[in-house]
Design a protein around this ligand. Structure first.
Ligand code: GN1
Ligand code: MG
Length: 385
């Protein structure tokens, strides 16, 4: 187990493993080196570098789809193929000659865009996005603006995909009522005997039960439209240019499926506004940085105001609270279930992550009306109200 925030060691065994997986894909050149990229909580990700005959090097991403989380990894790949093809087509048409990079899948032995390795699951290979990086903690408002703009543009890019082409890779992924009810069930069973160690967190969530129905009710009444959305807009899922910090490409397309744009916006609020990592243990450091919130609103609405409805804009600030609460619920549920879903790298990791989420919920609650006012101000300026 690699301790949190430390680079996993590059052992000879790991290099052999990466080279043997890379060997299954149509990659040109000789394997040079590789390493694990530890940032996601779900899939296993390696970077692999290959040297071509002319001496130049290209890097690739090899990724194993977690089949505990994604019950049908082939369906995930069908979605990802459609989404990457759609985006590539549009980007090539619209911004010919731009430096914009997109994700491309490489064919595997057997002719598919993935390979199933007996006993080792489903693997795929993407191009590595050169000259880009991600942040776990946003340092300045420029980065926050870029994240908002990138996910708003992404929603715009996929808005005309045919919903029938896209399957729900994780059904009811952001169904906050079901997430809440599941926590209640698991807490009632308390399979690992951990409930006593998290009573306070559990009560905090129970006291906010009314929040979990708000967006679902508006959706059921037809007030909020269902669109194709990203559904995992964590800040480290957007690649920014290493030098300019301009947004280059949105990654992690496994949960692209029908949803509410608010789930995407809410997860940006959750991951961009705090000045700390998701598993910060000193809760006094957690804040909702208003300047960061304002910049995500600015970036997101600059990209998305053309297609958003006033009813969606009205819930942007609240969505930050809701998604933070939802992710807190999910971390606590996983803690109670014995850490089966999210990768962990220290004892009580999921409980620690849950605590940061709940602290952030509290911070958002005390700023909510100022956040709402800011959204309305920008919406009026952009004339979308
Ligand atoms: C997971 O894979 P990653 O780290 O980008 C999770 C998200 C959570 C997030 C919490 C498929 O995202 O839903 O919000 O962790 N992805 C899945 O950090 O469950
Ligand atoms: Mg990710």
């Amino acid at each position: 187990m690699t301790p949190p925030h430390q680079k996993p060691p590059v052992t000879p065994e790991l290099l052999t493993r990466i080279a043997s997986i890379g060997d299954l894909f149509a990659i040109e050149g000789e394997f040079v080196t590789g390493k694990e990229i530890p940032s996601g909580h779900i899939n296993t990700t390696y970077k692999a570098v290959y040297r071509k005959a002319d001496g130049t090097e290209d890097a690739y991403i090899l990724q194993r789809i977690n089949d505990y989380v994604f019950k049908d990894p082939r369906a995930v790949m069908r979605n990802v193929e459609k989404v990457t093809r759609h985006i590539n087509w549009k980007v090539l048409r619209r911004v010919k000659g731009s430096a914009g990079q997109t994700l491309n899948l490489y064919p595997a032995r057997g002719g598919r865009n993935y390979i199933e390795i007996p006993g080792d699951g489903l693997w795929r290979c993407y191009n590595y996005l050169e000259g880009t990086h991600t942040y776990d903690v946003v340092e300045n408002t420029r980065q926050a603006y870029q994240a908002g703009f990138a996910f708003g543009s992404f929603q715009d890019l996929i808005s005309d995909m045919n919903p029938e082409d896209i399957v729900e890779t994780i059904p009811n992924f952001h169904h906050t009522r079901q997430r809440f009810n599941r926590l209640m069930e698991v807490a009632a069973q308390d399979p690992e005997g951990r409930l006593d160690s998290c009573r306070e967190e559990f009560e905090f969530i129970k006291a906010r039960e009314a929040d979990v129905d708000r967006l679902l009710d508006l959706q059921a009444q037809g007030i909020l439209p269902t669109r194709i959305t990203h559904n995992d807009t964590k800040i480290n899922n957007v690649m920014l240019d290493e030098e300019s910090d301009n947004a280059v490409c949105v990654i992690d397309l496994d949960t692209v499926m029908p949803g509410l744009v608010l789930y995407d916006f809410g997860d940006m609020v959750r991951t961009v506004t705090p000045p700390t990592e998701e598993d910060e243990q000193d809760l006094s450091k957690i804040r909702m940085r208003m300047s960061m919130f304002q910049s995500i609103v600015d970036g997101y609405l600059d990209a998305a105001h053309k297609f958003l409805m006033p009813a969606e804009i009205d819930q942007l600030a609240f969505s930050g609270k809701l998604i933070t609460l939802e992710v807190g619920i999910r971390f606590l549920t996983d803690y109670l279930e014995g850490d089966k879903y999210f990768k962990t790298s220290m004892p009580k990791h999921n409980l620690i992550r849950c605590r940061t989420q709940l602290k952030l919920v509290e911070c958002i609650e005390s700023e909510l009306s100022a956040m709402e006012q800011y959204v309305q101000r920008v919406a009026r300026r952009l004339k979308c109200k």
